[in-house]
Design a protein around this ligand. Structure first.
Ligand SMILES: *Cc1c(COP(=O)(O)O)cnc(C)c1O
Length: 381
């Protein structure tokens, strides 16, 4: 059976990327590999829309979050952590692990933080020098408006750290223009690669903070990575194979163009959301990110039965909820290497699996709804 990943990481890997990664391994201290690195450097600066170096770390996305905390913050940096799901909470857990003092700003899961809420919290805590945000809160499906929020943070002269792990490569992200101080992502989300790499883009102000930090770090030290970056090399043995794939994936992103890529994700997401509404199912987040469609499962629609049916019978891998959302939501991701055909297929499988588990479905109605949205724009890519 053909298996398709409709999960918010890992995501599907393009055939050409897999083929490049299947080539015989090359050595990392060679001019040949420097070329790969150079191409990754340029591609990442385009992806993050920054003129500064974008660091490449051998770890999953969480490693870049941890690297950001230990390299940019200090024991005395009072930090505001916005928590509206598992990943917002993770920023706080990393701060706690390293003794960085933080104030939590909790919002209900599924909500997005508003500029007013952030302004209020910053006014109430004038000592705050850094703010940790999440662009796309993958655990709930909510989107946060980073452009507006970063402007609020900068007005207060605090550092703005953004987890864009599923935002990057899906939603508009402009590190330099928006005044973001740290943006991080990982390889197995919008970048269409296997897990194992993470990336961090820093502003000039964040690089100044790196010089002042009193927190211990070694493997994830951004200062060490920056030094090597300047020489188009890496401080340790890099994940050579994954970086070879990264160069190809970034080339694909560049040739599509960021605006088109954001628009493709917007269209695919709108088509899936329209299909879900047609099926009579409510969406969970108030302001949904284009990363995934998160369904609030109504009474009588059991998560484990539906997700098993989707996977075992149709090969469609989806994700569920964690913690307080366990059993309450179904997450259908559509980021990375997907096109209109994958959306139509996904909606079709969803219709059939719902009917299989006894949910009333008018066969073909949701597919038609998705088709109408997709047909409004020229076919993707
Ligand atoms: C996946 C994800 C992470 C964690 O990344 P890992 O690669 O699993 O370490 C963090 N934040 C968000 C928003 C994510 O989607």
């Amino acid at each position: 059976m053909k298996t398709r990943l409709y999960t918010p990481g890992p995501t599907m890997v393009p055939e050409q990327v897999s083929l490049d990664m299947a080539a015989p391994i090359i050595h990392h201290r060679t001019p040949e590999f420097s070329k790969v690195l150079q191409s990754c450097h340029e591609g990442l600066q385009y992806l993050f829309q920054t003129k500064n170096p974008v660091l490449m770390l051998t770890c999953s996305g969480t490693g870049a979050m941890e690297g950001a905390v230990v390299s940019v913050l200090s024991r005395s940096t009072l930090t505001l952590v916005v928590r509206g799901g598992k990943f917002g909470e993770r920023w706080g857990e990393i701060c706690a692990a390293y003794g960085v003092p933080f104030v939590p700003l909790d919002i209900p899961w599924g909500e997005s933080i508003t500029a007013e809420q952030l302004e209020e919290a910053l006014a109430a805590n004038p000592g705050v020098r850094a703010v940790c945000l999440t662009q796309s809160e993958t655990s709930t499906g909510a989107l946060n408006d980073i452009k507006t929020l970063a402007a609020v943070v900068k007005k207060r002269n605090a550092l703005c750290l953004v987890d864009s792990i599923t935002g990057c490569g899906v939603h508009e992200l402009r590190v330099d223009d928006w005044g973001i101080d740290v943006a991080v992502t990982g390889s197995q989300k919008g970048l269409m690669l296997p897990p194992g790499l993470a990336f961090a883009a820093l502003s000039d102000e964040a690089w100044e903070a790196v010089k002042r930090t009193d927190l211990p770090s070694y493997y994830l030290s951004f200062a060490k990575h920056r030094k090597s970056w300047e020489k188009t090399t890496t401080p340790w043995t890099p994940a050579i194979t994954l970086l070879t794939g990264l160069a190809r994936a970034l080339e694909m992103i560049r040739s599509e163009g960021l605006e088109k890529l954001w628009e493709r994700h917007q269209n695919m997401a709108e088509a899936m959301r329209q299909a879900v509404r047609t099926l009579g199912l409510p969406l969970f987040p108030r302001v949904p990110a284009n990363v995934q469609t998160v369904i609030a499962l109504p009474e009588g629609l059991e998560y484990s039965r539906l997700s098993k049916q989707l996977f075992n019978v149709y090969g469609m891998k989806t994700a569920g909820g964690q913690d307080q959302l366990t059993g309450k939501i179904l997450r259908i991701a559509h980021l990375g290497y997907l096109d209109d055909g994958d959306i139509v297929a996904g909606v079709s499988f969803l219709e059939r699996a719902l009917a299989d588990v006894g949910w009333k479905v008018n066969s073909g109605e949701a597919v038609a709804a998705a088709q109408r949205v997709l047909a409004r724009t020229p076919a993707a890519q």
